[in-house]
Design a protein around this ligand. Structure first.
Ligand SMILES: [Fe+2]
Length: 394
């Protein structure tokens, strides 16, 4: 793997500050929001819909510390844009919003460099202040909304009202203690990783932060390449993946086929106590990927020779199937959920970092083997023959 120190051109004006919120387009926003509250400990904070004067779209906003998710569904029978999106992609992430300074300048720069502006900067206001926003097209049907909050102090954005219903069950469930979005991963079709990385470099002035290639990142069956792009301040990190050719269908390819193209594969949520988080998420009903015990015997061997010490109890990490990756300076702990909807598309990661800036390259092989197990159960771990014919494994 490669870490990069060159941050590239410093933007003369404007800043990308952090992830502001994620918007999911789903079939039933009310139920999806309730699921994420129950399973992952989010709380309803804001709502938009018929009762607030929005006649077209219902939006449910849920929050946990700095993590904000918005679930949107069409209200009317003929919403072709949202209907087509749902038919093609299923439930998924439509928009990754960034909090920014100087929205106008960032849009002007992106436009002059060739980015597609879906919506020019506009202002919205209510009694809590005003916000400037704009929307830029990125990979697949995914967009980036730039949000300049200008001191806005309402519950979410102008036009939203505070949520009126708090499910009394939520307060009785153990806390997930998830704090902020660590990174958001996009899966690209074959040959699309490099153009996508270059799009972020050219239009948003992001830089390459970290990368791995398929020689480092493969199992006996499947392989991938990944480059992480980041803003100048390195507060936003977005790995961009693509499948690489190997003996069987890559899980990235499986994602691309079920999502109908490029899209968000996983959202990593930071915890400062992953053992507590995972124990509590499991008791709330979250299903995680499992790893064989052999992973932990190999890990214990490697850690015996390592210069760092893992502070957490390894027996507990093994019991919960939490993965460990490390270098000479520090380590990270991570675990991945199963897909969060019927299509094998979006899932979450829970991550805790101890002075380690990587993305778990040392775990990719074990993780991929675990995913391949599920992929085979779905009938999708297919053999790629030299003629590029595909036949399903029996
Ligand atoms: Fe990740």
């Amino acid at each position: 793997m490669t870490s990069y120190t060159e941050k590239g051109e410093k933007p003369e004006r404007g800043r990308y500050l952090n992830f502001d919120h994620l918007t999911f387009w789903v079939g039933n926003a009310k139920q999806a929001a309730a699921f994420y509250c129950m399973a992952f400990n989010f709380e309803p904070v804001a709502y938009q819909g018929l009762e607030t004067g929005n006649r077209d779209v219902a939006a449910h906003v849920i929050q946990q510390d700095k993590i904000v998710f918005v679930f949107k569904s069409a209200l009317n029978p003929d919403n072709k844009v949202m209907g087509h999106h749902l038919m093609k992609h299923g439930d998924g992430v439509k928009d990754i919003a960034f909090a920014v300074e100087d929205c106008d300048f960032l849009v002007q720069m992106a436009r002059s460099r060739g980015a597609v502006i879906v919506r020019e900067p506009w202002e919205e206001k209510d009694e809590y202040g005003k916000v400037k926003m704009a929307v830029i097209q990125t990979y697949g049907d995914t967009t980036h909304t730039l949000v300049e909050r200008m001191g806005y102090h309402g519950c979410f954005l102008p036009g939203f009202k505070p949520s009126s219903f708090q499910n009394p069950v939520l307060a009785k469930l153990p806390p997930a203690q998830l704090n902020f979005i660590d990174h958001i991963v996009g899966n690209m079709p074959e040959e699309q990783m490099e153009p996508t990385v270059q799009w972020y470099q050219k239009n948003l002035l992001f830089h390459r932060f970290w990368s791995v290639d398929d020689k480092q990142m493969h199992t006996s069956y499947s392989a991938l390449r990944s480059v992480v792009v980041s803003n100048y301040d390195e507060t936003i990190k977005m790995p961009i993946n693509e499948p690489a050719r190997s003996l069987r269908k890559s899980q990235i390819q499986e994602y691309v086929e079920y999502y109908g193209g490029a899209g968000v594969q996983h959202v990593a949520l930071n915890s400062n106590n992953i053992i507590r988080s995972v124990m509590n998420l499991k008791s709330r009903g979250v299903q995680f990927m499992s790893i064989p015990d052999s992973y932990y015997s190999i890990l214990r061997d490697k850690l015996r020779k390592a210069s760092i010490t893992v502070m957490e109890d390894l027996d507990k990490l093994q019991e919960l199937k939490i993965l460990v990756d490390f270098d000479e300076n520090g380590y990270l702990l991570q675990i991945f959920t199963k897909p969060l909807q019927d299509r094998p598309t979006v899932f979450f990661e829970v991550i805790q970092r101890h002075n380690h800036k990587g993305f778990g390259a040392g775990n990719f092989k074990s993780l991929f083997e675990a995913i391949e197990h599920d992929q085979a159960a779905r009938g999708n771990l297919t053999v790629l023959t030299p003629q590029n014919n595909i036949e399903t494994l029996k």
